[in-house]
Design a protein around this ligand. Structure first.
Ligand SMILES: [Zn+2]
Length: 222
């Protein structure tokens, strides 16, 4: 949110911490998604590119996926109904959840962010130039997290989903979707381990309180 878009963690190192996840790449070069151990970046041209081991990330959330609960969507549900349905299916909002759907979607709207040049601008400004992509009747993998509210500015409270098409060629940060007749796999996650960016820019950051409205604009597009 504060415009620190470079980290020192390589994707090779990140893979030690999980096999499904999401985030971005240094210089905010697109949306990152990890599916079954493989990392992809969906750049602002709309294409998904495999990520090399030595590329680095300033922000990523990953976990080793194990299904604890599977729920069925009969639908059709829109994005809000989908997240409300998961809310009704979980027993507490005070732990972390990794949520996976591998299947077919009636509709998915995603975005990707353009690569940034220094001096970096805050994320809420950077996304003014975001690219929007729409998919109809598309197969792929939806990877997301539900993060408890108490985590606050350390992550994105609430739901955060990224998408990768079945052919591994497109996707992005999910802004909207419509779905029916799919299985949702939920992994209850009781631990949260965070490594702040190991960079001079981060060490020098004089962090201001991030406003909730900015998070809403960045994550939900409104
Ligand atoms: Zn995202």
């Amino acid at each position: 949110m504060e415009g620190i878009y470079d980290g020192n963690m390589t994707f090779q190192e990140l893979s030690k911490y999980g096999n499904y996840g999401l985030g971005t790449v240094n210089a905010l070069d697109g949306e990152m998604i990890q599916v079954n151990g493989k990392f992809y970046q969906i750049k602002s041209d709309g294409f998904a590119y495999p990520i090399e081991n030595n590329q680095k990330t300033p922000f990523a959330v990953v976990s080793f996926f194990e299904t604890d609960k599977t729920i069925e969507i009969n639908g059709p549900l829109d994005y809000k109904q989908y997240t409300e349905y998961i809310d009704e299916s979980i027993h507490t909002k005070n732990i972390f959840y990794l949520i996976i759907i591998e299947g077919k979607f009636d509709y998915i709207k995603t975005r990707s962010v353009p690569i940034q040049k220094k001096p970096y601008i805050p994320l809420v400004k950077a996304i003014e130039d975001q690219s929007i992509f729409e998919f109809n009747n598309i197969s792929g993998t939806l990877v997301g997290f539900r993060i408890p509210e108490y985590v606050g500015d350390m992550n994105v409270p609430g739901y955060h989903f990224h998408f990768l098409t079945e052919d591994n060629k497109a996707g992005g940060h999910v802004l909207d979707l419509r779905i029916q007749n799919q299985k949702v796999h939920i992994d209850y996650t009781y631990q949260f381990f965070m490594m702040p960016p190991d960079s001079e820019e981060f060490y020098k950051l004089n962090s201001n309180k991030v406003r909730g409205q900015d998070i809403s604009i960045v994550e939900k597009g409104k």
